[in-house]
Design a protein around this ligand. Structure first.
Ligand code: 5GP
Length: 114
């Protein structure tokens, strides 16, 4: 079971801000911006490389939930960034596909090295 699967199942505490039959959203434990929420398919897909066509409803839901949460957080108009990291060079640390929703400050240039 992945760390995020345990959060989705309620076995590890997290600040869950949204949950439905396809996705769960919770606040990142080490926020990089005033709003930093992870939106995660309930089904544990390891990386973007492992996605199949049957995952399309859950992956589409990541965006509609991101949109809803951005409005709820008051950052929709000001703007925000959605990030999905894949594997080593992408900086992925947790191998359960997730979308970062970041906002609430000027996020600056798109890419930053280590
Ligand atoms: P990645 O680098 O895989 O795209 O992002 C993993 C994210 O998960 C990081 O931003 C990290 O802070 C967050 N994270 C790691 N462990 C936990 C945890 O136990 N709880 C929560 N809420 N977030 C976590």
């Amino acid at each position: 079971m992945t760390l995020f699967a345990k959060i989705i199942a309620g076995e590890i505490p997290a600040q869950i801000v949204y949950q439905d039959e396809l996705v769960t959203a919770f606040r990142d434990i080490a926020p990089q911006a005033p709003t930093h929420i992870l939106i995660v398919p309930n089904k544990a897909i390891a990386t973007v490389n492992d996605v199949t066509a049957t995952d399309e409803p859950a992956l589409g839901r990541l965006f509609t939930v991101a949109q809803k949460l951005a409005a709820q957080e008051g950052i929709a108009e000001g703007g925000y960034r959605l990030i999905v990291n894949c594997n080593r060079d992408g900086g992925q640390e947790v191998f359960h596909l997730h979308m970062h929703l970041l906002g609430g400050r000027r996020l600056g240039a798109m890419l930053r090295g280590e």
